[in-house]
Design a protein around this ligand. Structure first.
Ligand SMILES: NC(=O)c1ccc[n+]([C@@H]2O[C@H](COP(=O)([O-])OP(=O)(O)OC[C@H]3O[C@@H](n4cnc5c(N)ncnc54)[C@H](OP(=O)(O)O)[C@@H]3O)[C@@H](O)[C@H]2O)c1
Length: 310
């Protein structure tokens, strides 16, 4: 088996993937704009240079680089499209040309509001530029007719990377008693980055094309999640509930784009990590939880009564 290239290995997701795959004994070549990577790479570079510099043969390449901020894509759509579509397409074409199978990280935001949970074959109706760019790249890959992998991920968390994990950031704010506004009408499904690594490990020995969703089992509103985390951090009063529209975010988002994870479980044998585990780790990383959470199976979090939210 050849190595796996991770483009964007300095980023939140790429760094975790590189560490997990290496820990599993898989040869990894890291590339990106950060320090300490095997190869320096910017999407604006000519990708042939990157591929000629590979220190060993590579079979698969995770493309985890680009503009990952949903709002930045809506604020500056032309600049974001250049990076996330045009330059990404050039990298993907070069990988395919070199016989390297791309593993592209797409998103639940290729879906708008619709029948839930979204299965892999459900119609895509992105509401924002970020989601439209992801859908464009998916279409590009399928049009080539070459083996490629598209993984649509829900909101990824990694408490082991406390400075970048959104759950730890939330817990830290709450512990410090800083105010948090969270939408009562927007649902997310926190999903462990380590589950993405496990999926990629199972994909490496499987040839051909794959489209698969990675999502946890526990959808929750942003408000319910924030309230729970802040409660365990000792400051439930820090969280104020609001409507998604009140936040006036640059990018329109679906209220719920929950991904169906049956294929992840049944075809690839990956059981998502329970939300309770992730919360416990995030609170520990943020400085400890006052109230230990329940161990075991994930469950749907229900928002507390409106009166409790203030
Ligand atoms: N995080 C999630 O919840 C999530 C969910 C679904 C899909 N995804 C996708 O997963 C991928 C990684 O996301 P992430 O959360 O790890 O974001 P991130 O931490 O911002 O990582 C993105 C990486 O891309 C690099 N990058 C940006 N512009 C680049 C360019 N022109 N050339 C080369 N590298 C460039 C960044 O480098 P710098 O640090 O130097 O800017 C960074 O290392 C993205 O495609 C994102 O859309 C993420």
């Amino acid at each position: 088996m050849g190595a796996i290239l991770i483009a964007g290995a300095g980023g939140f997701v790429g760094a975790r993937l590189a560490a997990d795959l290496r820990a599993a004994g898989i040869p990894v070549v890291t590339a990106g704009r950060g320090h300490g990577l095997d190869l320096c790479f910017d999407l604006h570079d000519e990708p042939g240079r990157l591929l000629r510099a590979l220190p060993r043969p590579v079979d698969d390449a995770v493309v985890a680089c680009g503009i990952a901020s949903v709002d930045a894509c809506s604020r500056e759509p032309a600049r974001a499209r250049l990076v996330n579509v045009e330059r990404t397409r050039i990298l993907l074409a070069a990988l395919l040309e070199h016989g390297i199978r791309p593993i592209f990280l797409s998103s639940d935001l290729v879906f708008g509001d619709g029948a839930l949970p979204h299965r892999e074959g459900a119609p895509r109706r992105p509401l924002c530029a970020y989601g439209r760019f992801k859908a464009e790249i998916e279409d590009f890959l399928w049009r080539t007719g070459r083996p490629a992998v598209v993984i649509r991920a829900a909101k990824l968390v990694n408490p082991a990377d406390p400075t970048r994990c959104p759950l730890v950031t939330l817990a830290r704010r709450a512990r410090a008693g800083l105010p948090v506004r969270a939408a009562r009408d927007q649902w997310i499904t926190p999903t462990f980055c380590g589950d993405l690594s496990r999926l990629i490990r199972t994909l490496l020995p499987r040839p051909g094309s794959h489209l698969v969703h990675v999502a946890g089992d526990t959808p929750t509103t942003r408000f319910a999640l924030a309230h729970l985390v802040a409660g365990r951090a000792g400051h439930p009063e820090a969280v104020r509930g609001c409507g998604l529209a009140e936040l006036r975010l640059p990018a329109e988002r679906p209220r719920n784009a929950r991904l169906d994870n049956r294929r992840l479980r049944e075809v690839y044998g990956v059981a998502p990590t329970a939300l309770g585990e992730l919360l416990r780790s995030a609170l520990e990383a943020a400085g400890g939880s006052r109230i230990p959470g329940p161990r075991g199976r994930a469950r749907t979090l229900r928002p507390p009564p409106a009166a409790a939210a203030g």
